[in-house]
Design a protein around this ligand. Structure first.
Ligand code: CS2
Ligand code: MG
Length: 403
């Protein structure tokens, strides 16, 4: 059995910050895990370096579940994004090692492929509806079967998901939080117009998605979900903050628009009620922030009992290591729904060479043993950490709101 001999945290910033854990063994095989928590990266780096790594040395790398339980129960202060991102990094690295030792791509160890590839969605955005639709057409021409639409809101200087750089969206844009101003009223008027124009221009053969990014009250979200019904969205995401899982009941009572939530979830307990009461259609939790492949398999199994499908988060603040792990996971489960795919920059892809490839609207992880991704430590060294924060949102009266 491969014994863990070393574990190192590598922090790099090829355009945005990433935290990576590299676990080495006496079998000459190492594994990599993503530990990136956008805007709070150094908290996870320290959690790993100062509290987790000392416990890993000498452990049997093959005992993945036991290590997961040891780190989860052993923390005493369970759950939370910092703890679960750290556990996820260990978990991804150990699955990488196990599959490398077996000489198999990870999905084979997880039960083999349930599908030919993971359908992905791209991100079309623009200041205006016209600009957004032109971007959507560009993604459709590239072969995307699903496109998320995010458009500027008339009367607002900025809104979530609209960026100057159309190919690479990075919200952590400053070394102190950027302050945005928000108006739900203005947004509720413009979002239905975007999707009416989209169906008119793009037709019905492309899946359309939208991210409301936690900004509405339940009844506002119910109104938007109802207004969007004629446009048959694939999903409306993060309609309301989901700490109160019951807040999805009024949305569900008023609309048949499919609902997705969970990119900020870090535990099965964050989504248990949403799934068991069938208040959602897609669970967005992902390998990185939800405790690794080991916990994601439990979440997917619970979701499958209630016909809820996965729709893992895949923004650029999750490294290619998480994308690789999500694709192996997504290939292997029966209730895969869709995978978010925000493309990384060339510098990021240089630091994290990987085998996953896009074609015909799908991503496939490749057939290399393990996760099929690596970290080039020399390249990583070229990009020192640079503090960066996600924006904050205020309402027109200056009160804090959700970003
Ligand atoms: O659905 C999404 O991809 C977004 O919600 C993310 O871009 C999110 O804003 C970032 O991951 C936050 O770091
Ligand atoms: Mg989102």
């Amino acid at each position: 059995m491969p014994k863990i001999t070393a574990a190192r945290v590598i922090t790099t910033c090829p355009g945005r910050n990433f935290v990576t854990l590299k676990i080495e063994t006496d079998a000459g095989v190492y594994g990599v895990g993503d530990a990136t928590l956008n805007g709070r990266e150094l908290a996870v780096a320290s959690y790993l370096e100062d509290h987790v790594v000392p416990c890993l040395i000498g452990r049997d790398a093959h005992r993945i579940e036991d290590t997961w339980q040891y780190l989860y129960r052993g923390a005493y202060w369970r759950r939370g994004p910092v703890t679960m991102s750290a556990i996820a990094a260990v978990d991804m690295a150990l699955w990488d090692i196990k599959a490398k030792v077996a000489g198999l791509p990870l999905y084979q160890l997880l039960g083999g492929a349930c599908r030919q590839g993971c359908m992905v969605y791209g991100h079309a955005n623009g200041e205006t509806i016209e600009e957004t639709l032109q971007e959507a057409e560009r993604y459709i021409e590239q072969g995307y079967r699903a496109v998320r639409l995010q458009s500027g809101v008339p009367g607002l200087k900025s809104t979530y998901g609209v960026s100057k750089d159309k190919d690479f969206y990075e919200p952590a844009d400053a070394d102190l939080p950027t302050e945005n101003l928000w108006s739900t009223e203005k947004y509720l008027r413009s979002a239905p117009e975007l999707f009416a124009a989209a169906r008119e221009r793009l037709g019905w053969d492309v899946h359309l998605l939208h991210d409301a990014h936690h900004r509405m009250t339940p009844i506002e979200a119910a109104r938007l979900a109802k207004d969007l019904e004629p446009y048959r969205l694939f999903w409306l995401e993060d309609a309301v903050p989901a700490e109160n899982q019951e807040s999805f009941r009024p949305i569900r009572q008023h609309s048949t628009t499919p609902l997705a939530v969970g990119e900020v979830f870090n535990s099965i307990w964050d989504c248990k009620q949403l799934i068991e009461e069938q208040l959602i259609d897609y669970i967005r939790a992902t390998v990185l922030h939800a405790g690794g492949i080991t916990q994601m398999r439990r979440i997917a199994s619970l979701a499958d009992l209630y016909r809820v499908r996965t729709g893992c988060h895949g923004a650029t603040d999750l490294s290619p290591i998480t994308m690789s792990a999500a694709l192996h996971f997504g290939l292997s489960i029966p209730n895969f729904g869709i995978q978010e795919y925000m493309r990384h920059t060339d510098d990021t892809n240089t630091v994290f060479p990987h085998g996953y490839r896009f074609s015909d609207g799908y991503l496939r992880p490749g057939e290399q043993p393990g996760l099929g991704v690596d970290i080039d430590e020399d390249a990583a060294e070229q990009f020192p950490y640079r503090r960066a924060y996600l924006p904050v949102n205020r309402l027109q009266d200056g009160s804090m709101h959700d970003w």
